[in-house]
Write a protein that binds this ligand. Sequence first.
Ligand SMILES: Cc1cc2nc3c(=O)[nH]c(=O)nc-3n(C[C@H](O)[C@H](O)[C@H](O)COP(=O)(O)OP(=O)(O)OC[C@H]3O[C@@H](n4cnc5c(N)ncnc54)[C@H](O)[C@@H]3O)c2cc1C
Length: 576
Amino acid sequence: MTINYTDLISSSTVAKTALTLCLALALVLSITCRQTHMRAHTQNQDNKEEILAQVDLSATMKHIRAILSKELPDIVLLPNSPTHISAFRQSTASYWAKQESEATPAIIPQPKNALSLSTAMKLINRTFTDCITSTDPERRADVEGLFAIRSGGHSPISGAASVCNGVLIDMRSFDDVEISEDGKSVRIGVGARWGDVYSALEERGLAVVGGRNAEVGVGGLVLGGGGIQTTASATSHPDLGRALGGGSNNFGIVTHITMPAFPCANIWSGFLYMPSFQAPKVLSAFHVSVNKVLSADPDDAYDSRAAGPLCCFTYLQALGMQAIAVNLVHTNPLSPDDANVDKGASAWPKAWRTSPFASLFRFWSTCKLRSLNDATREMSKLNPSGRRQAFGTTTVANDLSTLRAAHQVYRDSIREIKRRRVKGMSWTLVLQPLLPQWAGLGEDNPLGFHSSKTMGSDASDANQARAEEPLAIVSFTVNWAEKEDDVLVQGLIRRAVERIEEAARGMGMAHRYKYLNYCDSWQNPFEAYGEGEHMWLREVAEKYDEHGLFQRGFAGGFKLRDNDASINSKEVLRVF
Ligand SMILES: Cc1cc2nc3c(=O)[nH]c(=O)nc-3n(C[C@H](O)[C@H](O)[C@H](O)COP(=O)(O)OP(=O)(O)OC[C@H]3O[C@@H](n4cnc5c(N)ncnc54)[C@H](O)[C@@H]3O)c2cc1C
């Protein structure tokens, strides 16, 4: 059995597998925490004095930092402490997007196990609850943005996995990858990166359904992608388990996931690099390839092992030029029906050599037989860290006119980018398929493709009618050089996404779904799950988190409470 790479990609949308998840929830703590009563080291006391002199913290944060330093001296890092500074800087510098690295936390706990994590969360929660239930309005207001959680640090949204003058729970020490003896499952710490996971599995000839990019973290991807089952859900918390599969950081802190593993040999994968004048043909090839899923002709049937195509249209401001990169993958290129064994490492599997992509003129191709790990490392080299980054996304039907309209919006934006002289801008439109087969698979999840929570206007809307059609996720991946252009760039992305949505609506080809992990801060992915799912997620959050620790105490990322999107929108709208 080989891993189905289509499923791998689909983990970014509607994951197929049921995952077993171990939770360390601040509000659902199953671990009895032993208080250590350790004496704070003199060095730490000195460090605290230094910080108090340098950082303007709220009274609540000063208190939290003091108790965390006292109770968990071995796992906390303080800024400007001579003994901590190198590890502190390493933590804040290890984000993919530069703007995330710019927030300086008041303290960084780096828990090594569930016990120290739950101790930290208990301490934070105790202070949060004291404040939020206080009769003093000032204390009540002092609970916003007390902490943040990070795993791989690949969210480009400021504050989603970082915090200024708050507690940053850095989960990167949870990076263990434990393969079961029979090789059928693997338990993965959320702080691991997908490349580490694939490397460990490769030694046993195995793989799992995961991310395409080696550097992306396990935690954030899984919580945005759906299809999760908690350990707790098997017995007593099924609603929490369902909510986590797409509910992001609104319900607790995940420590591990357990996934089914599959035998996996080499896959065929790589990029075709093309000149921008090929755009009309690439759009058409995307449309034809994705629509194969509707084909009744067995000779032209959709091959579920042929993942993608992922089509990237890029404009590079520094060079003043555009180019196209198309990623193609096949997970079983050496199967008898492909008969590629004698044709060398770069021979195309049948599904792709009979596709319109095969005959397109290109500068070069990197497609070849390679390990899954190698394929994901090629992806990560194309997306290096350390630049200012932003995403933005929408979903449309796989309709050629709509895809062309999206591409036209991408091109129109280039004129604006040139006019505004955004330094170091790389402006990329990405198209990737979202097939009905994927949407219907896996555990029931709240992403809006399962009908169990459909209600009101959801029940009769175009999204339900479109349930059997192939869709296209349309997103922008953008990076640039200067902080002063942040608001401008975010505005450009927003305007482009909204124009595409308007065009799609006009043609009756819009879909409400927005993949959370590709959304920008002004978007509301939960609304895009549908009214019923959105309300249900709120109910679950209120049930498990009565006082809103994960809504107000952790204010970053996509929140279930009202108004977050509109707060950010105002910033963006000032550009125009
Ligand atoms: C270059 C690049 C390539 C990508 N490729 C893919 C892809 O192939 N497929 C795909 O689906 N997505 C992809 N993404 C999107 C990716 O899934 C998200 O950016 C994801 O959030 C990254 O996870 P992380 O752990 O690295 O992020 P982080 O920035 O650490 O976290 C992201 C969010 O999840 C929350 N979170 C993280 N860990 C936990 C936890 N343990 N408990 C509770 N909340 C937590 C954080 O608070 C934050 O809000 C890609 C992103 C980038 C930048």
